[in-house]
Design a protein around this ligand. Structure first.
Ligand SMILES: Nc1nc(=O)c2c([nH]1)NC[C@@H]1CN(c3ccc(C(=O)N[C@@H](CCC(=O)O)C(=O)O)cc3)C=[N+]21
Length: 292
């Protein structure tokens, strides 16, 4: 069994990006600038955005965090988006999800300039992704592809089962794994809350990608020997004995599943850090495109 070490690979990617930024600085070019809008005070969201800002600092990017109150109206958010769309100093920006209920998420994501949409959530970029046209691939799916690539995990002709059809992970992942090229060329099954007899499906999978958000959902009995297991779940489970009062728990019963798997991502230290590294990569790509 091999651990797909997202922490390590994400550090390698950040080092590579740091080198590229140094070259930009040496040539007197402007460094990439990422902005993040966060609406409200959700603890987990604030943690993620803070990690993104820290990652920018580490690789030498400029970053801006825009904090808006929980009672922000849709119009106020759209105004802020327009400001970032037209600010030529900002290469890319994200709107941290989820948004409070008074705001229509789809409408907001459609307002982002597709050339600055480093999350790859705009329908234009999502469509381009599905049509194999170069674009910003959503960071979490992009990170999973990169991890499979760097460990040389074969995907061609394999049966990939994706659990969960969210717009930011499950749905794009199901498209990407079935695309031509590497990593891709998989036969994909997308499962969700209406799927019947999930065990029968997962037990036929060569690769399982779980993006459900139910701690310890995937058990050893649900997979076949030597399956590749990608755990996208990141649920904070209350634990008074833990230093922070909670532990980050994945969708996969790691202790038992890892004994049967050929490759597996840990939580934490798997897909999460890769997400941040690929957001940086998309921001670098945005900067390079804006220079052309
Ligand atoms: N517009 C938008 N873009 C996103 O990319 C986005 C989002 N909204 N909303 C929420 C999800 C979730 N997400 C994570 C990023 C990093 C870790 C991460 O670094 N996790 C660490 C642990 C971090 C911790 O201690 O909480 C790990 O797995 O090792 C996790 C989750 C990005 N998301």
């Amino acid at each position: 069994m091999t651990i797909l070490d997202g922490k390590k690979v994400s550090n390698d990617i950040k080092d590579e990006i740091t080198e590229q930024v140094k070259k930009m600085v040496a040539k007197g070019e402007k460094v990439p600038h990422l902005a993040a809008i966060i609406v409200g005070n959700d603890g987990a969201s604030l943690t993620y955005v803070a990690s993104k800002v820290r990652a920018c600092e580490r690789v030498g990017f400029e970053s801006t965090m825009v904090r808006m109150s929980n009672t922000t109206s849709e119009v106020e958010l759209l105004d802020k988006i327009e400001e970032l769309n037209t600010n030529s100093d900002v290469d890319g920006f994200i709107i941290q999800l989820p948004l409070p209920p008074q705001i229509n998420t789809q409408k907001v994501l459609m307002a982002v300039n597709p050339d600055k949409d480093v999350d790859g959530f705009h329908p234009m970029n999502f469509g381009k992704m599905a049509l194999d046209m170069s674009t910003f691939i959503p960071a979490t799916p992009f990170g999973i592809l990169e991890l499979l690539d760097r460990y040389g995990v074969e995907t061609k002709g394999k049966h990939t089962v994706v659990i969960g059809r969210s717009h930011i992970v499950g749905r794009p992942m199901s498209i990407l794994m079935g695309r031509k090229g590497f990593p891709g060329n998989s036969t994909v099954t997308l499962t969700h809350s209406h799927t019947k007899n999930i065990t029968q499906i997962t037990s036929q999978a060569d690769i399982v990608i779980s993006a459900l958000g139910v701690p310890n959902f995937l058990k050893a009995e649900m997979i076949k020997d030597d399956a590749v297991i990608i755990d996208v779940g990141i649920t904070r489970v209350v634990d008074e004995t833990a230093p922070k009062g909670y532990v980050i728990t994945g969708d996969v019963d790691f202790e038992n599943v890892s004994k049967k798997a050929s490759f597996i991502t840990p939580v934490p230290g798997g897909v999460g850090p890769m997400t941040i590294a690929m957001l940086l990569k998309n921001t670098l790509l945005a900067r390079e495109r804006h220079m052309q």
